[in-house]
Structures are given as C-alpha cells and as structure tokens.
Design a protein around this ligand. Sequence first.
Ligand SMILES: [Cu+2]
Length: 394
Amino acid sequence: MTAYPAPAPAPAHGDAAGFKLLALFLGLVVCLMGFFGLWLALSAQHARDDANKAVAASAQAQSMPGMDMSSRAAVAGGTYATPSFAGVAPANADALAAAHAAFPATLPAAPAGPVAAVRLEIGHRVVSIAPGIHYDAWTFGTTAPGPAIHVRQGQLVKVTLVNNAPMPHSVDFHAARIAPNVAFADVAPGASKTFSFRATDPGVFMYHCGTAPAFMHIANGMYGAIVVEPRSLPKADVQYVLVSSEWYLNKAGNRQAAGLDVVKAEQMTPDWVTWNGYAGQYKTHPLTAMPGQTVRFWVVDAGPSLNTEFHVVGTLLNRAWVDADLRDAPQRGIQTDGRAGRRRRRLRRQDRPARHLPVRLPLLRERHARGGRAAEGGPRRRDDEPLRGAAYCR
Ligand SMILES: [Cu+2]
C-alpha cells in the first residue's frame, strides 16, 4: 500500500483576506514610521535652530553694557536673582552723603519765545545712587534722572537727540502727540536726530528711552521729567521737580559699579528706591521754603514698576492735580496719590517753620512686596524702620 503525503490544505478564503489586511496594515505602519522619523528629524533641526537663535540672543543681551541677563538664565535653570543689597553702606556713608552734590530739584526757567530747544545727549557712565554705591547707568545728559525740562504750554518743543552710547537708544516724550514710530525711533550709536512737537497739554510728564526692552532702559536710568506750564497758574514761591525710581542691582555697587539685575527688575524687588536718583539726598541737603511761601512739587514716578504715592509727613497738600491735568479742578486737602508712570502736580503752603518728610506710600505694601529689603532715604535703614522719604521742606 503506497502512502502519499497528505496534501496541504488549501487556505480558506477568509485566511487569504486576513493576510492581505495584515500586509496592508504593516505597510501603513512602515509609512507612518517613515513620516514619524521625518518629523523627528525636522523637529530636531528646528530645535537646533531655536537653540542657536537663543544662544545668539543671549550673547547679544550679554553684550549690552550694564545689563546682566545671567540671573534670568539662572532662573530658567532653577535659581533666582542675586541677593538683596539694600542698605549696603560704607563706614563713612554719612560723610559721603554730606559731600554728595544733590540733584538740582529746583524747576529750571522755561525758555522765552515760541520755540523751546531741548538737547539730550545719551551716554553710558557710572553714577552714584547712594552713599558709596555706584551704578553703571545709561543716561540722558550726565545724570539719572536726566535734566528736568521746563516749557510753556503752546511752545514748539524742538528735541535734538545725540547718541554717544555704544548701542541704540531713543527718547519717548509722554507730553507729545506725535507719530512714535518716527519721532521715537531708535538712534544708532554716534548718530543724532531732531524732531518737534507742540506742547499742547499742560502738566508734568515723563520722558524715557523707548528702545526695546524699554523697562530695562528705564531701570538703567533713562528717564526724566518735562513740565509743560499752562498759560495761567496760581503763583508759587518755590517749585521743585521730584522723580522717583527704583534700582535693581546685580552686585552691591560699593567696590565695583553695579549693573541691572533683570530678574529683580521683573520681580519688582529693588535694592534702592530714590528721589532724583540718589537715596536720601534731600535728607542731607533739604529742599527749603520760608514760612508763608507756597511750594509746588512737580512729581513724576518713573518706576519702571513701583507706584509712588507721594505724601508729606506733617501736612496736607492744599491742591493736587492727579495725573496733572491742569484743566481739571484740583483736588483739595490731599494726603497722597500716585501710580507708576503717571505724573502729578501738588501745591502746598508752608504755614509755619517745620520739617516735613515727603515719602512714598504705602510703606507696608512695598515692604511686603520686596520682602522688607528695599531701602529709601539713606544707607542706615534697618528692616524694622519704615521706608523713609528723601525730601524735606522747612
Ligand atoms: Cu535706551
């Protein structure tokens, strides 16, 4: 009997269809894997491009003199801003404060005639911001704040901006109604520009550098006040211009000039808060008025971030024009007001011989906001003292 191998069973019709589906599925998987691989490759290339751009941007930022971006990188890496340097003072701080030439707070005279020529030269220079404390600032003129500018309502303000700094800067006048993309455009290093605007709105306004990032340029010292005096205003015997601002230091500034700590600026935790750029200068060099005189303060909060709520200890302001719209009736009997970037004008009458203390309020909120670290009014502030103002009237 011959044995024959049993023939292999013919595949059933259903099995054949299953193989086709399997093959189709595997083909799709291969295609998808191919696309996925291509996507991964493109993503990796984009990531490399982004990383290269970030490195280039970081290198550019690092190359800006006076601007320390390293702490921002540290934050990204899980660390924080540099420690506070509030209240750092050398042993001879009192002598340094006495020897310091206080920023001139007296309102300068307005030019006569229909045109007020304003020339601002921009530079980078080391300035003193407190006794024994130095800062590598960017300035209009030679100081931070820049010079107080006084014009009369209706005058044509002709601004000449000269950039002597090694990087682009600009100027933005809040008193101007103008095309900012033209008038406030960047000026290259070594270049200059001229533009004009009509001073139609009376009040006191901030001017500042508007080059991006503007808050860093302001934090580095590029701000000032322009007073547009209306045609008729009650007489004042004494007029002062006060500009408040914050300083965010990347080092103490006592041995080597400090620069900007960007993270502190972003976190609004300044080391120093000043009137006219130097802590406590009007404590050692008081602003004065005689009994019976009317004193007018033109106050600008340059920030760049914190509010200044101006208050004179021991008296009230007879009249106050909040946000300095002098066409409105003034508020009367005001104790305090103010927000960052705003402007305001106050009038008070000195009734008797006295020492008064203008301060920034509210003290508690600012102390909490800064962890009790910010200092104003001198190098000897302890954390259990209130923040002190810088100006006195006598
Ligand atoms: Cu600038």
